[in-house]
Design a protein around this ligand. Structure first.
Ligand code: AMP
Length: 410
């Protein structure tokens, strides 16, 4: 079914107008991704759409195209459509995807998030904005200053709803939703459906059409997983050696301090590295991201929170420089590579006293990969993708690890 949709359907077949189809063609988007093929007709028909999908699946256009198709002229400070996102980075990403589409139909889009000039955002709202993209905190601030009214909003998208809930934004989301008229259309996208997201679904959606893209599992299976037992003093050199073997390596540390420290050490070792974490000003974060995207930095060192929702193409290696705290984090971090069916390498550095903790994560993630002692000057480091750890050293007996299950859909 999905393959059929992928090969045969065009955006026009789904009901996308010629103006918008032309913008997509110009951007090189010829065929809809599965989530787009599955949800655009429902969105255009006015249905509430609940999508299980994460960044990289193509969900932005899945909700963005029908929203843009339905835009109507706005009065100053009274946007007509609202996309709520958890982070500034995701706000900018969504903006980048939707701006040319909104422009093509002669409407206006503005993006509001903390850390950027309030005055510019207010001026834009004053001029009239049809589509508002916002993080919850800044939007509430603007509403309290009477610079944003939601009483003309007819369609809302809650993007990465699980992240918004995890980041403690539920009270703000409720407040925002209570300012939107009841008869609006709602899109909700989330990688998981836990109780807080379920509450949003129950409260703000009416008979939603549900779609699921098993993106995360598909990609995890296309990854190669390596676990290296390392000495902590050798870790920066190991990270540098791995980075030299690839164009783009995304490295995760547990803390902001560790991210800065590793970035500095990598630079000292001659690796062009950039950092992204919550303590850095917005401008610095954007700079790091664009240097990594452009290939000027070959290593991007991130904390879990800062990397949430980011879409970066062409990540060759995800390096768990510090092991993740749990299997969910392992999967989320690792999912930054092997996008869209590409091959990806995921490497975890394990210090001697972290072995048991990491085995626990492997067991719960359904992995059974030997943890192999290695130093940074080992020649296997230069091509870990091709090197297979000896199977007989696998930590668990065959059959004792439950098979990685497809996670249940919504
Ligand atoms: P998203 O999950 O919305 O962040 O989408 C991931 C990336 O895939 C976006 O940055 C787009 O550049 C790209 N993309 C989305 N839809 C398509 C498509 N139909 N064809 C090619 N690329 C696409």
């Amino acid at each position: 079914m999905i393959n059929e949709l992928l090969t045969d359907t065009t955006f026009s077949d789904l009901g996308v107008s010629p103006e918008l189809a032309a913008v997509l063609a110009k951007a090189g988007f010829e065929k809809p991704f599965p989530i787009q093929a599955m949800t655009i007709p429902d969105g255009l028909a006015g249905a509430d759409v609940l999508g299980k999908a994460k960044t990289g699946s193509g969900k932005t256009l899945a909700f963005g195209l029908p929203i843009v198709e339905g835009l109507e002229q706005a009065e100053p400070f009274h946007p007509r459509a609202l996309v709520l996102v958890p982070t500034r980075e995701l706000a900018m990403q969504v903006t980048r995807d939707l701006e040319p589409l909104v422009g093509a139909v002669g409407f206006r889009l503005v993006t509001v998030y903390g850390g950027a000039s309030m005055k510019d955002q207010i001026d834009a709202l004053d001029a009239g904005v049809e589509l508002l993209i916002a993080t919850p905190g800044r939007l509430i601030d603007l509403m309290e200053r009477r610079k944003a009214y939601l009483d003309d909003v007819t369609v809302v998208c809650l993007d990465e709803a699980d992240q918004m809930a995890d980041m403690g934004f539920m009270p703000q989301v409720r407040k925002i939703m209570s300012a939107v008229p009841d008869d609006h259309q709602t899109y909700l996208y989330s990688a998981t459906l836990d109780s807080q997201v379920q509450e949003l679904v129950d409260r703000y959606m009416t008979d939603p059409v549900t779609h699921s893209v098993e993106y995360e599992n598909e990609t995890v299976d296309t990854m190669e997983h390596r676990f290296l037992k390392v000495h902590y003093l050798d870790k920066p050199a190991m990270a540098a050696a791995l980075s030299r073997s690839a164009d783009r390596t995304l490295m995760f540390t547990r803390t902001k301090w560790a991210a800065d420290d590793l970035t500095k050490r990598l630079r000292d070792l001659g690796v062009p590295a950039a950092a992204i974490h919550g303590d850095l000003p917005q401008q610095k974060r954007e700079q790091s991201l664009s240097r990594f995207r452009d290939g000027k930095a070959t290593a991007l060192v991130a904390t879990n929170v800062a990397a949430r929702g980011l879409h970066i193409d062409g990540v060759d290696i995800v390096l768990h420089y510090d092991p993740p705290d749990d299997p969910k984090t392992y999967l989320h971090r690792s999912g930054r590579t092997a996008r869209a069916g590409e091959d990806g390498l995921v490497v975890t550095l394990v210090e001697w006293d972290q072995v048991n903790e990491v085995l626990g994560i492997q067991r719960r993630a359904g992995l059974n990969v030997p943890i192999i002692k290695m130093f940074s000057n080992d020649e296997r480091v230069s091509d870990l993708f091709s090197w297979q750890p000896p199977e007989e050293l696998a930590p668990f007996k065959p059959g004792s690890v439950r098979k990685r299950r497809r996670r249940r859909g919504f």
